[in-house]
Design a protein around this ligand. Structure first.
Ligand code: ADP
Length: 287
């Protein structure tokens, strides 16, 4: 009897070990698939701007007066934006590897929330105009004008979310809304109690939307809804994973609601004080 029990137990342990091993090798296989996809996408993303830079700069070099000034300026402009695209890509990769190595620095500062709308307008009005899209910004009056967080990182998160919103939208537009999160909501998404008000910053678009079964994985590095090399939209699938990691570093969380063909809303919840160590529970704040 005892031997039988022992044998059964061994068999169960073995099965568990086998399952774990299979699980692990599946994960390994998947991660090597990611790498293959990533390298294919990355080469494409690097080659496109580099090709423009090489071709156009050569044309500019060979120009002996047969180009008019307007043409020269236009080519120079494309060379410049292609260089900027490349720099952004490389910065993204560096950020992500720094995050992974735990080497990213968070600099807490007094951040002027009232300046965010103008900064985002300056950045995105041109793309809105070019694609003929609406760009609305709503800021609730009860939002604290100054918060204590890493302004650079916050700006990077918003920039990524907004550039995705504009990229995946062809009709309608994009709305950036800055408001205070309801206390219960803040507590639920941040998974901890905080005395400080929590900002809810949402980016809503009327774009292509994201299927339910992709809504989690797009936050992983190198993941895209359409990851094929002949896909319609460029990009590397790094933006959202950077957003998620930066948001964590700011003590916050990101939520996504989306419906294919209708649009998406990414909501960023961030505490108004990053250093709120001695925070009281929310219910005490409400009392
Ligand atoms: P990238 O945009 O470089 O591909 P991201 O990590 O920013 O990388 O986004 C990953 C994927 O998530 C995108 O490729 C796209 O499939 C999907 N996605 C992100 N934002 C949106 C959005 N606003 N609307 C539709 N799809 C989106």
């Amino acid at each position: 009897e005892e031997q039988k029990e022992y044998a059964e137990q061994r068999a169960m342990e073995l099965k568990k070990a086998k399952d774990e091993l299979e699980d692990y090798s599946l994960k390994l296989q998947m991660s090597s698939q990611y790498k293959t996809d990533f390298l294919a996408n990355m080469s494409h993303e690097l080659r496109t701007p580099l090709n423009s830079i090489l071709i156009l700069s050569q044309m500019l070099m060979e120009n002996n007066g047969d180009m008019d000034a307007e043409e020269v300026a236009e080519y120079a402009r494309v060379v410049n934006t292609s260089g900027a695209d490349l720099l952004r890509l490389i910065d993204d990769i560096l950020d992500l590897s720094k995050i992974e190595a735990g080497k990213i620095e968070i600099l807490t500062d007094e951040v002027n929330v009232t300046e965010i709308p103008q900064t985002m307008r300056n950045m995105f009005n041109p793309v809105a105009a070019k694609k003929n899209l609406q760009f609305d910004i709503i800021m609730d009056s009860n939002v604290p004008p100054v918060i204590s967080t890493d302004g650079q990182r916050l700006q990077q998160i918003l920039k990524n979310l907004l550039s995705n919103a504009f990229k995946f939208t062809e009709q309608g537009g994009v709305t950036l809304q800055i408001e205070l999160a309801l206390p219960e909501k803040a507590q639920r998404v941040l998974d901890k109690q905080t005395r400080d008000p929590v900002l809810a910053i949402s980016v809503t678009d009327t774009g292509i939307g994201i299927p339910q079964d992709k809504q989690q994985i797009i936050f992983d590095a190198f993941q895209q809804v359409d990851g094929t090399t002949n896909r319609q939209y460029g990009g590397t699938g790094l933006g959202l994973s950077i957003c998620r990691e930066f948001t964590r570093l700011l003590g916050g969380a990101i939520e996504l609601q989306s419906e294919p063909q209708k649009g998406s809303t990414f909501t960023l919840y961030i505490p108004s004080r990053l250093d709120g160590e001695d925070s009281l529970p929310l219910d005490a704040q409400l009392a």
